[in-house]
Ligand binder design. Structure first.
Ligand code: NAD
Length: 329
């Protein structure tokens, strides 16, 4: 039995979550789901974007599934709060091609490991006479653990190279520390090739030569931006999953947001949420179920008959999920 906190959130977050649960329920695994509120609708109802009970529940669970939330201006972000409260310091964002999906590249398979707790996402901002400032926090501790995580991830998953992405030429102290920590950490991982790139160059190489990447480790903001660029290489946000991993907890979510332009139409692509659920299955050591689900998704993509509009089809979110489910049962 796995205890799973389910946070559907807002807009298409709720829609892709329903689709994902439909698929997970076809597996021969006992899940005990607890649905918890967060996001914009929750704020309108309760005055908070993330109730304390939701945070408590995620801490007690074996894993959390998170759909997506609509941002409430000037209020704390539900997802950033969870990342901080659960100390989910590593955000893993695979850039992986899937068969049958029209994309710029059909043979990519690399992973972005994004530092998830600090950088420019600490939310420490200040209004000044001239305008405003934001604090870019880079600590030795957080840099060490994210770099160690990236090297260990590479070792565990049989990958051969780790690339640090930073802007140490301009952010000499903060990103300078990140880069220095990366190369120090590399000394503990002898067999793994290393290199590093400035983020602007890396952004170009994503387009011109993405095969050069295997595992990328980077700071919070650069990881956020590059992972959307990575999604664009392999078929768009509908296909981009992520996991947020800490020492005691883990949360799985699509890279996309609440999709206000398509919310309520039932046409959101459920794949990113479903692949995030597959990452959860692997985290829970349900590897056979993960592969069965992944193959079901791949088969639906290859057949190309029941796809959402962003993939050129005319199926609804739930029709596509139902089709994936039918390949499992
Ligand atoms: P978005 O990811 O919601 O949408 C960007 C574009 O991609 C839209 O055109 C949307 O229709 C499309 N898209 C996204 N997911 C799709 C899917 N599954 N299938 C088909 N098309 C899809 O980003 P946005 O519009 O910039 O943000 C909307 C809201 O979501 C904002 O309030 C933003 O702050 C929030 N947001 C939340 C999260 C999160 O909860 N983790 C992440 C990103 C954005």
């Amino acid at each position: 039995m796995h205890n799973i906190t389910v946070i559907p959130g807002d807009g298409i977050g709720k829609e892709v979550m329903e689709a994902s649960i439909l698929v997970l329920d076809a597996l021969d695994i006992d899940f005990n789901y607890k649905i918890a509120p967060a996001g914009c609708k929750c704020f309108k109802k309760t005055g908070t974007t993330i109730p304390e009970e939701t945070v408590k529940l995620t801490k007690k669970s074996d894993a959390t599934l998170f759909g997506a939330v609509t941002t409430v201006p000037h209020r704390k972000s539900a997802i950033i709060t969870l990342r901080k409260e659960l100390d989910l310091y590593a955000n893993i964002r695979p850039v992986k091609s899937y068969p049958g999906v029209k994309s710029l590249y059909d043979d990519l398979d690399f992973v972005i490991v994004r530092e998830n707790t600090e950088g420019l996402y600490t939310g420490i901002e200040e209004e000044t006479e001239e305008g405003a400032t934001a604090l870019n926090v880079v600590t030795r501790k957080a840099s060490e653990r994210i770099c160690r995580f990236a090297f260990e991830y590479a070792k565990k998953t049989g990958r051969s190279k780790v690339t640090a992405v930073h802007k140490a030429n301009v952010l000499k102290k903060t990103d300078g520390l990140f880069k220095e920590t990366f190369y120090k950490m590399a000394e503990d991982f002898g067999g793994i090739e290393t290199d590093d790139h400035y983020v602007d160059a890396a952004a170009m190489f994503f387009i011109t030569n993405p095969h050069m990447f295997d595992v990328i480790v980077t700071t919070n903001l650069f990881g956020d931006i590059l992972s959307d660029e990575g999604a664009g290489l392999v078929g768009g946000l509908g296909l981009a999953p992520s996991s947020n991993i800490g020492d005691n907890n883990a949360l799985f979510e699509p890279v996309h947001g609440s999709g206000p332009d398509i919310a309520g139409k039932g046409i959101a692509n459920p794949s990113a949420m479903i692949i995030s659920s597959i990452m959860m299955l692997d985290y829970l050591k349900e590897h056979d179920a993960a592969r069965v689900t992944e193959n079901a998704l791949k088969n639906v993509l290859i057949e190309g008959k029941v796809l959402t509009p962003d993939f050129g089809g005319n199926a609804s979110t739930m029709e596509m999920a139902q089709e994936i489910r039918s390949k499992i049962i």
